[in-house]
Each structure stands twice: as structure tokens, then as C-alpha cells.
Design a protein around this ligand. Structure first.
Ligand SMILES: [Mg+2]
Length: 422
């Protein structure tokens, strides 16, 4: 079946309250939805990203000015060949690299192709991927984002944890990296709120140093953590491997790596106990299946980073068909959750802490395309070659430590100082 059209729809979804992790503060959730239409009018959706704040014109330009031309007129069923055509050595987009943003753009197209093929064959995507390895996927609630330019307090963490337990989640993941004392106080509050039987995961978003982790590892282990995510900067696999060997808490990583080639290095170096590729970032369904299968040869579980809209559906289909699936990340608040509700309603909602792939053809989602217009970022281009590119509306991301805002910097600095005096 020939591909007739490829469209990229950028979305800047404003958040009522800016949210925060250990890396920064953002006031919008941005993504790009890809739609691929076949010659018979059947269409499929994919997603590119994620990306906090501005920057989405980069992805739409990659689709509009490079990838689209490589795909139109091709057979939608040739997903492996088309992936290589978009990203392979010596191809038309090779000069854009084989890591980084181009991989995310290819991921969006790849996911849309799987949705399209599933619809043409009237088959759910998980069936195309190898069938059902799991009837349902355990979901852990991922949240605890800071707000108003500060991390959550122990009381706020406790309340949020109780809310997740009440919804039936079997585990929660919280943000750390806000200073050792603050991290431990928040963790203590969450463990107390959940009791001994529910899982707790912590995500440092690369904010610790190697010695920070060694100092805190024994204290973290006392809270019986399921895993510690991205403790270190991702570009030092030797340090990660040393941590895996040195600390009791399992180490998870992956949301910032691209393609099977980067995950090969993580696995060969034994730099993680659990891998977390993001399907809308690491290369789509075609590539992430290879990553998950490769990890099985190291007996490493697959527990993808999921902070997405269409990407939630793609992830659950892949997890359903993957034997070494561990658990699904489930964002219960925040921009991607709100936008997902707006785009396709109640599909892929966790029920009592579990998510299942639907029996509908393709990914099993029905997108409200009115959202593309409603949250279209204005001012996407320059008016003339000599004018500076204008800011995309609702696209601000603010780095914490190097922030140019004295106000924000002071708040965080004061908070860290006071937290470490406790
Ligand atoms: Mg993370």
C-alpha cells in the first residue's frame, strides 16, 4: 500500500502550573503528532518527542523538508527498509546524524507506519509484533514534580503517594536530586504513606555525582527501592557500570539514549540493571523492539520511559508483546496526561494499576484533530531571512542552576542551602 501523504502537527499545550524536576522548570508540554495517509485513505498516527519548552519547529522541519520526501510513494508495509532509508548510513538524511533529534523525528514516522499497517490489516499492533506475552501491564504512577519553582515538601509527597495508592497503583516514582536531606525526607514520607508493600522508584534526572550516590546509596536502600533512575550524567557509562557493581539499589536508565547502538554500549558495559528507552525518542516501534530484545540477552528488564500521548499507545503494544517487560511508567498528572486526554480521551487509562492493549486495529486510538488547530504554536517561522526567529508561544523551559532569572536561581539556591542544614 503506497504512502500518499506525511503530515507533522506541532502542539504547544500550556500548563496551568509550571512543573519541575531536577533539571528545570517548564510551562508547556510540547509534542509533534505525525499522520501518514495511504493511497486508499487509511491513516496512522505517530509521535515525535518529547521536548520541554520551545524547539518543536526543529522536528516539524525535519519531517517537512527531509523525511517526508523519503517516504511518500513508498510501501507502508516496508517498515524495516524505510527505517534504514530515513536513518541508515549513506542515505538522504545521514548528514543529520544518527543520534539526537533526527532519531525522534524518524520515531514519529515509524510509529505512524505501524498504526497504519495495523489498520490496513485490521489487526492490533501487538499482534504484528509477536502476539500477546502479557494480558496486562503493571503500571507505576510517575509524578511528584515540583511546582512554583520548588520541590515538593514531605507533606505534599505523602498526600500524592496516598492518592496513587488509592487509585490502585502498585508502585510510584518520585523525583529526587533536590539536596540529600530533602530527598531523604521526601522519601521517608512516601514510604510511610505507602506502607511496606508498594514499590518506590526514584528519578534523579542525572543530578547526582558519583560520590553523591555512594553517600546516599545505603540510605536509599533502607527504603527498599525498586530502582534508582538516571543517577549520573548519561555520558559516562564507566561510572554507571561502577555504580551498578557498587550499590545495592538497582540502577535504571535509558530515556536519553537513542537507537540500539547506544543501548548496545549500555548493555555491554553492564551500566544498567533496567533499561528505559522512550519509544518516541529512541527510534520508534521498529528500533525499540530491537533494543528490548537485545536487553533480553543480558537478562535486563525492559521498562520504557513513557511521557507521551500517541507514544503511550505504542509503548503498551510493544510491552504487551515483549517477554522481558517489567512495568509501564504512567503519568497521572502534568502536560502529557492532560494532552493525551484531549487528543484521544480515556483509551489506555490505567485500571487499578494495570494497563492493557485494546483489540482495535492499529494502535487503537482515535485522535481529535481539532486539537492540532487549538494548540498550534503561533509564529513558527521568520518573516524574512534577516529577521530573528520568533519565540514559539507557550514554549518556555528554564534550567535551574544556570537560570538567567535571579528570582528562580535564588529560590532554588536558598532551598538547597536550607535543606542541607536540616
Ligand atoms: Mg526519568
Amino acid at each position: 500500500m503506497k504512502i500518499k501523504n506525511v503530515q507533522a502537527f506541532p502542539i504547544a499545550f500550556p500548563l496551568e502550573t509550571p512543573v519541575q524536576d531536577a533539571t528545570g522548570v517548564w510551562d508547556s508540554w510540547n509534542t509533534v503528532i505525525v499522520k501518514i495517509t495511504a493511497e486508499d485513505g487509511t491513516f496512522g498516527y505517530g509521535e515525535i518527542g518529547p521536548l520541554h519548552g520551545g524547539g518543536i519547529p526543529i522536528f516539524t522541519a525535519m519531517v517537512d523538508y527531509k523525511l517526508k520526501d523519503l517516504i511518500i510513494g513508498e510501501d507502508a508495509f516496508d517498515r524495516e527498509r524505510l527505517y534504514e532509508k530515513m536513518l541508515g548510513r549513506g542515505t538522504g538524511s545521514y548528514a543529520l546524524g544518527q543520534k539526537g533529534a533526527i532519531v525522534s523525528a524518524v520515531a514519529g514516522i515509524d510509529i505512524a507506519l505501524w498504526d497504519l499497517v495495523g489498520k490496513i490489516l485490521e489487526t492490533p499492533v501487538y499482534q504484528l509484533l509477536g502476539g500477546r506475552a502479557h494480558d496486562k501491564i503493571p503500571a507505576y504512577a510517575s509524578g511528584f514534580f515540583g511546582k512554583d519553582g520548588r520541590p515538593l515538601t514531605p507533606r505534599e509527597c505523602s498526600d500524592e503517594a496516598k492518592g496513587y495508592a488509592d487509585q490502585g497503583f502498585k508502585g510510584v516514582k518520585m523525583k529526587v536530586g533536590f539536596g540529600r536531606k530533602q530527598d531523604l525526607l521526601n522519601l521517608e514520607a512516601v514510604r510511610k504513606a505507602l506502607g511496606p508493600d508498594l514499590g518506590i522508584m526514584v528519578d534523579a534526572n542525572q543530578s547526582y555525582s558519583y560520590h553523591d550516590v555512594l553517600r546516599i546509596a545505603h540510605e536509599l536502600a533502607a527504603f527498599d527501592l525498586t530502582f534508582l533512575e538516571e543517577p549520573l550524567p548519561i555520558n559516562d557509562l564507566d561510572a554507571m557500570a561502577a555504580l551498578v557493581a557498587a550499590v545495592e539499589v538497582p540502577i535504571a536508565t535509558g530515556e536519553n539514549y537513542y537507537t540500539r547502538f547506544e543501548f548496545r554500549d549500555v548493555l555491554v558495559k553492564r551500566a544498567a540493571n533496567i533499561i528505559q528507552p522512550d519509544i518516541i525518542h529512541a527510534g520508534g516501534i521498529t528500533e525499540t523492539k530491537k533494543i528490548a530484545d537485545m536487553a533480553s540477552a543480558w537478562n535486563v528488564p525492559f521498562s520504557p520511559h513513557i511521557h507521551a500521548t500517541v507514544g503511550v499507545a505504542a509503548s503498551i503494544h510493544l510491552m504487551t508483546s515483549t517477554p522481558n517487560t517489567l512495568a509501564a511508567e504512567y503519568i497521572t498528572t502534568g502536560g502529557s496526561y492532560q494532552l493525551r486526554q484531549a487528543l484521544y480521551g480515556q483509551a489506555f487509562r490505567a485500571q487499578d494499576g494495570w494497563i492493557s492493549a485494546p483489540q482495535e486495529p492499529g494502535l487503537g486510538i482515535h485522535i481529535d484533530e481539532a486539537i492540532f488547530e487549538k494548540f498550534y504554536p503561533k509564529n513558527m517561522r521568520r518573516e524574512s531571512p534577516t529577521q530573528p526567529a520568533r519565540e514559539v508561544t507557550s514554549g518556555r523551559w528554564q534550567e535551574l542552576v544556570k537560570s538567567k532569572s535571579p528570582q528562580k536561581k535564588a529560590n532554588i539556591g536558598e532551598f538547597r542551602d536550607s535543606a542541607d542544614r536540616l
